[in-house]
Design a protein around this ligand. Sequence first.
Ligand code: ZN
Length: 126
Amino acid sequence: MNDKMTCEERKAAYLKEAEQLFDNMEAWYEQNPEATLEAIEARLRPQRRRLMGESLKILVNGREEGKQEEILCPRCGTKMRYKGTIAKTVIGVEGDTTLNRAYYSCPKQCKGTAFFPSGQEVEAAR
Ligand SMILES: [Zn+2]
């Protein structure tokens, strides 16, 4: 997913994810009415992590890909070419997510391109 979304669309996408989590927990609790709070928490924790990851994805991917007007090659100073997006998996503290980030390459074929906004360099196909 890398389509730009409006705030309302992002909110709707998030609420859909949250609703899914709640429905899963409802269904599970129906099947396990004797579950202790500890067991419920244990069941909820990985789903919360997944929801957090999805939230990040909606929040960031739904808005922008880190595309910038003019980026100069950090090695030779030539204006870099936009090459599309790369999916980048980020292992976060609260959740893991895959973000689509813009990347660029140098027309003079210097090694390395960059993810933005982090600026982290990666090897990428030209
Ligand atoms: Zn260069």
